[in-house]
Design a protein. Structure first.
Length: 313
């Protein structure tokens, strides 16, 4: 038999052919079951015996029968083949049956403000799928971290070469304020009027770098006012804006829940900045598992519903 320190290098098809001969009693019947010729089955068994270095079948002109070594190998081989068949069916089921474990990563902004509602809704529909949600602005490697899906914000061009990266949503960044701020300071009437207001910008808008906006009708403008408050991420900009600290420049999807709850009000709603796109990044392959496809589609539909609730971008 094969030494414990060695690795079996034979063909699984050869092992199946041998087991079929033992199970059915003849090479002829094994060939019929496997859809091969008698000569093919005989060659498979000879190749397997050569690989193992033992005789598995005792051959006579009228019959074949397993040797002692053949019987021992057959018993273990049958167990292994059954486990492999089970593993194969499990892998195939993953493509069609929505179950198992899902690992998703996204940015802090989306992870905190958008994903909880989407994840809760998905779990209500598919309680048999468990989820790990990794919230970080670090671009984690999908293969190294066993991640099924990464929801990434970026420009119109995909930066994820070698991966699937379809666009889930186009992002716009609007101006919002809390009711308490507007009650105390009033609402601006124009972009120029923003100079007298307190602006809250993310780290991407440091210094006096202009914030470019458009009204969707061909007009463009910009804000050069130095912000009153700077934050490292849009989730913090949102929280500061909700407290009445100023007018925040926030992605519409990040602000969607606060708008729905009345905690924020649009400011100069005709004007917004283009914020790139949200992509669903996954490992390339023939077909995504059902759990990944379902979650990706659930996020797409959920984001579309959010945009409808808060009005057009």
């Amino acid at each position: 038999m094969v030494a414990g320190s060695e690795t079996f290098r034979g063909s699984l098809s050869d092992v199946r052919a041998f087991c079929a001969v033992v199970d059915h009693g003849t090479v002829t019947q094994a060939a019929e079951v496997l859809g091969e010729t008698k000569g093919s089955i005989s060659r498979r068994i000879s190749r397997l015996e050569q690989e193992l270095g033992v005789t598995l079948l005792a051959r006579t002109p009228r019959a074949v029968s397993p040797t002692v070594e053949g019987l021992a190998f057959h018993a273990k081989a049958q167990e292994s083949l059954a486990l492999l068949d089970e593993a194969r069916e499990t892998a195939r089921d993953a493509r069609t049956l929505p179950r198992g474990h899902l690992r998703v990563t996204t940015s802090i902004d989306f992870g905190i403000e958008v994903m909880p509602e989407l994840v809760a809704g998905f779990r209500a529909l598919h309680p048999q799928i468990s989820i790990d949600l990794l919230i970080t602005d670090t671009r984690l490697d999908l293969a190294a971290n066993r991640i099924d899906l990464a929801l990434r914000l970026g420009s119109g061009e995909s930066q994820d070469g070698g991966y699937r990266a379809p666009v889930l949503a186009n992002l716009m960044i609007g101006l919002y304020a809390g009711p308490s701020y507007l009650a105390a300071r009033g609402a601006p009437d124009s972009l120029d009027d923003l100079a007298r207001h307190d602006l809250i910008l993310s780290r991407e808008r440091l210094g006096a770098a202009p914030v470019r906006l458009s009204d969707g009708q061909g007009r463009e403008g910009h804000i050069t006012t130095r912000p009153a408050i700077r934050a490292t991420d849009y989730a913090t900009v949102l929280r500061l804006t909700r407290t009445g600290a100023g007018i925040g420049h926030i992605p519409s999807l990040v602000a969607a829940r606060a708008l729905k709850d009345g905690a924020l009000v649009p400011v100069l709603p005709d004007w917004a900045s283009r914020g790139g796109v949200l992509r669903a990044v996954s490992l390339a392959g023939r077909e995504l598992p059902a759990r990944v496809r379902l979650f990706r589609d659930h996020v797409r539909l959920g984001l579309a519903a959010m945009r409808e609730e808060t009005g057009p971008d």
